[in-house]
Design a protein around this ligand. Structure first.
Ligand SMILES: *[C@@H]1O[C@H](CO)[C@@H](O)[C@H](O)[C@H]1NC(C)=O
Length: 377
């Protein structure tokens, strides 16, 4: 019986040449096809002019605040990815949402962290509601409410016929209205880097009214819509757009109701959650500092395409020098607390003399005593 490979050995040189040529043509075609398949409908476009404007400077700075000796780690190993923090002044609890789907809480003066409520998925924004419940922006499911007894309800997961894909930041006004963001209706949290890199505004600012269960879109076409904080006079709210390094004011009531004004632009990093401290300052987590490298990446859509393919193979390094800034009621940048090797700070919560820092990737909350370690001129 003739073996099949005997005939292969007798191929004429011409056939072999043809095969080789075919391979030479097909290989690049196949690679191009595979790369294009990786891109999917990822279609980066230029960011609006001025996105790479120089950052504004804080009046007071502390660049070794976070990883140096000046801070302490709370709940190390017990709080995986405590992204956002909320304070219940009445009960003295600080709440946080972790990457294992748990909402945990602790009293700063006491030892111990409680597994308080399991919401599943990836809880991001957390806020205290006047009725004592905790409202959660859960990345996958949408807006959730956790009652005081720990029972979880879905409040809303779509608006104007468009499902939320990355519910992100939340705050509640004193009359119980809930204000929140969906960072993207296109990419979920696994692909949040793509939302960032694509440069298309897929984010929305939304309200939910518990008295009639109504979901209302307040602003569309936002660039990575992130943290939300209602102003102390309850007339407006501040919301952050991470990829444009800016936060804007949306008017809830009054003459300018429904309008949007500039609040603070050209921040020294990419803003995440924003919290009001009850003492005249908003605190904004910066998930990373502005850098020449990231300016370059954001400048060229083609480079972002390349990076997108690369990001399937290796994880991209997050921007460095994360931290927290404080901004006064007029949008003036006051203090910056940062550290060179600290990425992914997502929240700064001030309670008394302490600043608590949440992070999407670390396994603990950092705490800084602001009286002992002031930021300097
Ligand atoms: C709002 O939705 C909740 C849960 O689905 C329901 O129990 C409640 O009756 C609704 N309220 C109104 C005013 O429709």
């Amino acid at each position: 019986m003739a073996k099949p490979n005997q005939s292969a050995g007798r191929r004429s040189p011409r056939v072999r040449l043809a095969l080789r040529l075919l391979l030479l043509i097909l290989t690049p075609l196949l690679v191009a096809f595979l790369l294009a398949a990786q891109l999917g409908d990822f279609d980066p476009v230029p960011f609006p002019a001025g996105f790479d404007s120089p950052e504004i400077a804080a009046v007071y700075k502390n660049h070794r605040a976070v990883l140096g000796k000046e801070s302490e780690r709370l709940g190390d190993g017990l709080l995986p990815g405590p992204e956002d923090l909320a304070y219940d002044a009445k009960e003295g609890f600080i709440y946080t949402g972790c990457n294992d789907g748990w909402i945990r809480r602790f009293r700063p003066a006491e030892k111990g962290f409680q597994d308080w409520a399991y919401v599943g998925g990836r809880p991001l924004g957390v806020a205290l509601s006047p009725d004592g419940s905790i409202v959660v922006a859960e990345a996958y499911k949408g807006l959730l409410k956790v009652n005081e007894d720990g029972k979880v309800n879905l409040l809303t997961d779509e608006a104007e016929g468009l499902k939320f894909k990355l519910t992100d930041g939340v705050d509640v006004s004193s009359d119980g209205l809930i204000y929140f963001t969906d960072a993207s209706h296109k990419y979920d949290i696994e692909d949040h880097v793509l939302e960032f890199l694509e440069g298309r505004p897929n984010g929305r600012l939304i309200s939910f009214d518990p008295s009639n269960n109504q979901t209302t879109v307040l602003a569309r076409d936002l660039y990575f819509a992130n943290g939300v904080a209602v102003s102390p006079d309850q007339l407006s709210l501040i919301f952050c757009e991470s990829s444009l390094r800016r936060c804007s004011r949306y008017f809830i009531k009054g003459e300018k109701k429904g309008e949007i004004d500039k609040f603070v632009e050209n921040l020294p990093g990419y803003p995440d959650n924003i919290k009001y401290d009850g003492e005249g300052q908003y605190w904004i987590g910066l998930s990373g500092g502005r850098s020449k490298l990231w300016d370059l990446i954001l400048k060229y859509p083609l480079l972002r395409k390349f990076l997108m393919i690369l990001s399937k193979l290796v994880s991209l390094p997050p921007p460095k020098e994360g931290g927290v800034v404080s901004v006064n009621l007029e949008g003036r940048l006051k203090a910056l607390y940062s550290d060179r090797d600290l990425p992914s700070v997502t929240c700064g919560l001030k309670v008394g003399k302490h600043l608590y820092l949440g992070s999407i990737s670390k396994g603990y909350i950092l705490r800084i005593d602001l009286l002992k370690f002031e930021a300097d001129k």
